[in-house]
Write a protein that binds this ligand. Sequence first.
Ligand code: F6P
Length: 426
Amino acid sequence: MPTKTREPKRNALYAQSGGVTAVINASAAGVIEACRKHSKRIGKLYAGRHGIVGALTEDLIDTSRESAAAIKALRHTPAGAFGSARYKLKSIEQDRAKYERLIEVFRAHNIGYFFYNGGNDSMDTALKVSKIGAELGYPITCVGVPKTVDNDLPVTDCCPGFGSVAKYVAVSTREAALDVASMARTSTKVFILEVMGRHAGWIAAAGGLAGKGNGDAPHIILFPEIPFEQKPFLDRVRQCVTERGYCVIVVSEGVKGAGGKFLAEAGTTDAFGHTQLGGAGPEIARIVKDGLGYKYHWAVADYLQRAARHIASKTDVLQAYAVGKAAVEFALKGQNAVLPVIKRISSKPYRWTIVSAPLEAVANVEKKVPREFVTEDGFGITAACRRYLEPLIAGEDFPPFKGGLPTYVELKNAPVRRKLATDFKV
Ligand code: F6P
């Protein structure tokens, strides 16, 4: 009988990209454990130190030096264990030197699989890298791993990272609402929470889960999808304080005025040309103070919300792990230029599965909150939105605690010996 010749083993590279989340490391654990399981077909799994920047500068991490226990602990550790990067690769024609450098590094380390864990911009980079086989003659299987707290990737029902931020924001809104309700008679009347999400109001919408509707807090949600108008907003705040004694507001960082200008910008842009947002909360507070004179408090949830692994959604953790694992399985089936996405089978009971989608369909596209998820007055979420969101924050997956604090893993992140003589400036 003729013996079956096995394809030569190639190594893999995993890189984290963009803003990190409470569960991106759970995806990393999914990728790493799947690669270890398929060690007959995949050689070593390296990680880019600070994502694609590590790949370009040949600053690679050898994940095989980490114990099984350390990789398991990644599941409950927030942020990017290997470091992330906001770094733009233009088209192959415009940035040829960078792609050639990537190939040089890939070839030197026999990289045949590339797993890129990020959001819309990163899926665009992954798509470009997936083409270096056809366009520059280096065979590679490139699979995206979806992640973003903004929940704005199309095709997938939701994005790993979002469920946990949504849960943190809903929990914090409910708790802060109890606080202001206690104080309102003689002190604070308005509490404002600013949340992330860039141009999409998914995180702000999640604040709506804090109450059950019927006048529960939050009383006002300000979405980037709904142009902000001062008069109806102030009228609503006044009415709420008059009727209930206090008003709780969740404002998205991406809220824009009628002229299409952000209510607040930090004045800087990132590598992708995105304006750094932040400051909508204090701006809304100023508007309330100037217009109505109420005593207020405001909070900007900022990094607290996307790092909040202590109150992560169990659903989110499971999905983050599942997309990491599926990415490896798709790569082994020879699927290039795809990413695993979450498909909702039913909402009640919540059932989901993972399917493969082309990177092309996801790269650079932003999925906004649809109008039917926002109440007619523009200040709240509808029952349909609630039905969509509720399962995503379901379940708890607490990290282990020691001495009153969560215990998170710090990896060795041992460097891979460099093979190239040349340095590369990024
Ligand atoms: O895209 C995810 C996100 O958390 C946005 O919601 C936020 O505007 C942005 O990242 C902040 O990015 P950075 O950490 O690079 O300032």
